[in-house]
Design a protein around this ligand. Structure first.
Ligand SMILES: C[S@@+](CC[C@H](N)C(=O)[O-])C[C@H]1O[C@@H](n2cnc3c(N)ncnc32)[C@H](O)[C@@H]1O
Length: 297
């Protein structure tokens, strides 16, 4: 198996608390809620949430019967378990794994989301390929990405406050393992991975302290919900949500199996204690309700 790209590791991070709960981001959170409501299918069976973090968005996937929360960081998943009172329900499945090496058979999910996670990917195309593999044909994948072609970056570039060009197609790594992408580039990656782009919503247009200080959050969210609708025509906001449909055929996974070994691809039988790969002899523990499929940790 080839080397996988570096991972932006959130182990031990209190991101949910510092960035969201205490970080004055009620507007961004609610604006994302509006976008998800517009893009999510009304119903579905099994949803895969990639880079689920502490499960901030998980309650928004009401229409799906079950949700698989996948994150590389085990501590993020533990926080998600607490937030979602997961002990009380078998509605959720928690998987510590790398999005570049998904531990699932092909075609087992009816929907997927990846919110605020692609921006940590040095090799986004590899991750998108993995997502497409595990989705059934015709299912929906909602991707959020950070947009380099946003109004603030364009102004800063023209006034020489920023050296990188917001119009050029390549990603910009503004901090280690934090990338902004050009919308046309992301669309081309999606299409190459057999996703048909159905709808784009631009989100968080008013992500500036000036607006937040003087305009009530509810009003900002309402303004954003109107501005989002221009997303198919142009993308000038810092965040873009794209609804994609999985098209084309993929090899089917092994009948009756859900997991596969992320290291060698061999089919795995589920167990509540430990999953063992008969092919490469790797052991994957299941502890306190979290399956641990991290290979290189
Ligand atoms: C900015 S947080 C977003 C969390 C959540 N989606 C949200 O919007 O609140 C990014 C998450 O992606 C996870 N992540 C980053 N790289 C990953 C990878 N290669 N595989 C799985 N998860 C990854 C991190 O552990 C982190 O929890």
């Amino acid at each position: 198996m080839t080397e996988t790209p570096p991972i932006c590791n959130y182990e031990g991070s209190d991101y949910q608390n510092t960035f969201w709960d205490q970080g004055n981001r009620a507007y961004e959170d609610a604006a994302e809620g509006v976008a998800l409501k517009r893009l999510l299918p009304k119903e579905g069976k099994l949803m895969l949430e990639l880079g689920a973090g502490a499960g901030r968005n998980t309650p928004r996937y009401q229409g799906f019967e079950r949700v698989v929360l996948l994150d590389y960081s085990r501590s993020q998943l533990e926080q998600a378990q607490q937030r979602l009172s997961a002990g009380l329900s078998n509605r959720y499945l928690f998987i510590a794994a790398d999005a570049y090496k998904l531990p699932f058979q092909n075609g087992v999910f009816d929907g997927a989301t990846m919110i605020r996670t692609l921006h940590h990917m040095a090799e986004p195309r590899l991750a998108l390929e993995q997502v497409r593999n595990v989705l059934k044909e015709n299912s929906i994948f909602i991707l959020e990405y950070a947009n380099k072609h946003n109004l603030k970056a364009i102004f800063r570039y023209f006034f020489k406050k920023q050296h990188w060009n917001p119009f050029s197609p390549e990603p910009i790594e503004f901090v280690a393992l934090n990338y902004d992408f050009h919308p046309a580039t992301v669309r081309s990656w999606l299409q190459n991975s057999q996703f048909a782009v159905e709808r784009q919503l631009t989100v968080s247009h008013f992500r500036m302290s000036f607006f937040k200080r003087f305009i009530p959050t509810k009003m900002l969210v309402f303004m954003d919900s109107l501005a989002q609708l221009s997303g198919d025509a142009w993308q000038l906001s810092p965040s873009v949500f794209v609804r994609n449909r999985a098209v084309g055929e993929r090899t089917q996974g092994r009948e009756g199996l859900f997991f596969k070994c992320p290291a060698c691809g061999n089919g795995l039988t589920d167990s509540q204690i430990e999953i063992v790969c008969n092919e490469c002899d790797r052991h994957y523990p299941v502890e306190n309700g979290i399956y641990d499929f991290r290979v290189d940790k």
